[in-house]
Design a binder for this molecule. Sequence first.
Ligand SMILES: Nc1ncnc2c1ncn2[C@@H]1O[C@H](COP(=O)(O)OP(=O)(O)OP(=O)(O)O)[C@@H](O)[C@H]1O
Ligand code: SF4
Ligand SMILES: [Mg+2]
Length: 334
Amino acid sequence: MATPEPLLSVRELSVTFPTPRGPVRAVDSLSFDVHRGRTLGIVGESGSGKSVTSMAVLGLHTGAEVTGSITLDGQELVGLPERALNRVRGRRIAMIFQDPLSSLHPYYTVGEQIAEHHRVHFDSRRAQAHRRAVEMLAEVGIPEPARRAGEYPHQFSGGMRQRAMIAMALACEPELLIADEPTTALDVTVQAQILELLARLQQERGLAVVMITHDLGVVARVAHEVLVMYGGRAAEQAPVDDLFATPAHPYTRGLLDSLPRLDDDDDAPLRAIPGSPPSLLDPTPGCAFAPRCPRAASASAEVRLRCSNERPLLGGPSGHPVACHLPAYEGVTS
Ligand SMILES: Nc1ncnc2c1ncn2[C@@H]1O[C@H](COP(=O)(O)OP(=O)(O)OP(=O)(O)O)[C@@H](O)[C@H]1O
Ligand code: SF4
Ligand SMILES: [Mg+2]
């Protein structure tokens, strides 16, 4: 059976910000696909380029140089005029952020904001847009949606605000939803509810989802495919089960090792990957992970030299490529 065409296809995407201290390449030669009804988890430490990637998909980097290709159902988005991009943003691609308060306006009721979003994209009448807003609040599980639609964001709890954001994002029936750390600020019970809600809505609507997170636990729960980013580049890409069963990149191994385990002592400190993320202002010619890499540290002098001087390109099996000179597909050799 032929694989269906991806809804979103990103090829060789690079995003470079001009700064007083020199160009910062926050995303470098990134390629990935997202299919309808599937979730791509993008995971990586703070500063690895996750948000810059999602903003590039939405065409929001006005001051940066964006190169490569981003296609939505075959339509090229890079270089699209602002007016045409506006028809895509919010309507065909919607985004939800970590902090709903930064996206919900404090002076308008939640219902007004969802309705306005609908009116802008569908040119709908006020009463119809209001009805849709109440329907959407009901769909995302807000109790007494008609009454709640008349309340302001500060009258909602954190979990309810996040639901309201999801309602707003989905009111226009987008094909692709980008969720940037949508549950980080929430306690675990509410986090689980929001992830379940997204999974249900995805199933009902065949939504394609990009789930951006630094939390591999969230990825394990919702993603079908995973892209692990390090220093603006892809370190490893794989179907979620393969990634967890045979993490081939030492950075992915480090992320997995830092996950709390069931047999952990409650008081044990969380394991973090020692060292800091790479400087994007002054990139090394070799592997960006080399200064922190335990596998390189125990490798031969010849391999260490290669790691410091030669940037590893994505390679290996097409379904599970890794950017490492010493990939370990068995998962236990590092
Ligand atoms: N406008 C900008 N000008 C210069 N550098 C920028 C700009 N926006 C982002 N960057 C840099 O790009 C890098 C990637 O940032 P990004 O926000 O994508 O990280 P992230 O992976 O989303 O991290 P987090 O998990 O903290 O949200 C960072 O080093 C950041 O400082
Ligand atoms: S290329 Fe070398 S330094 Fe980089 S992750 Fe692989 S083994 Fe480590
Ligand atoms: Mg971010």
